[in-house]
Design a protein around this ligand. Sequence first.
Ligand code: 13P
Length: 341
Amino acid sequence: MNLAELSKVANAMTTPGKGILAADESTGTIKKRFDAIGVQSTEESRRDYRELLFRTAKAMHDRISGVILYDETIRQKADDGTPLVKVIAQTGALPGIKVDKGAKPLPFAPGETVTEGLDGLRERLIEYRELGAKFCKWRAVIHIGPGIPSYDCINSNAHALARYAALCQEQDLVPIVEPEVLMDGDHTIGRCEEVTEFVLKTVFQELYYARVKLEGMVLKPNMILPGADCATQASDKEIAEKTIRVLKDCVPSAVPGIAFLSGGQSDVEATARLDAMNKIGGVPWHLTFSYGRALQHAPQVVWSGKAANVSAAQAAFAHRAEMNGLATLGRWTPEIEKQAA
Ligand code: 13P
């Protein structure tokens, strides 16, 4: 393991002004997104869409530090034959890869899942590194509901995350450690706070047992939010304050950066809340984004599968990348959002 190199990459991934584009939707998930815009999901349409994003050269160069890819995409070539990994690297962004095999039902735990994919992972990591990946992602999913999450669910997922992270570092790949507490449901913001705190404390304990070097990883957590169906919603300020409080309580300062998932927030909400956290400041880590839906929803709708819409879709992607880039610096405002749109 080369810790100096891992630390350099982890810092580059969370460098202020930039953030991560999560473009690692599985074939099933991207089909759902394409269904919503009336586009047939084929290997070619998925390639064309992702190439559109990666060729948004200025935004990629100025605002995107890294791109998380899916297994199919890391092997694909652009329309002109250039590997997509090279298209990304030419913009200065780092290519990364999702390596988990999805959340599967946890035995004797109704409504809960454990993320699988550890068997044969070392060999897959070696191949991905040869294909150009510099970092990896593994997402654990924690549901909140009556009587859940269980300790079994939190512990199983935290243990798997730690085993994954150690294998990545052994292979000189930076692990993105993503324990996502979902916003589905009608729970209060207080319940999300309590569950996220327990999850993060368990994850860092397991990372310690697995001898993961915190300097060479990136944490990808949820923000502290009320459930989407909760009658009492929260202000951006409350969300920012509670998220920072939980992170300060649970995340050691050796971690270079924290890159949030958007998790079903609207794109502007995800930007406003990241900005609110960076306006509060005074934290030992860089706070940035690793958004999927919040960066891609707007360009997907504009594109709608039509070649004639490519430049307009690129402009929509560039706008969201720019707004989130400003949010990493605490320099976003609702006025800038409107002016630039
Ligand atoms: P969202 O921002 O759409 O939640 O996706 C981020 C991600 O990579 C989830 O694993």
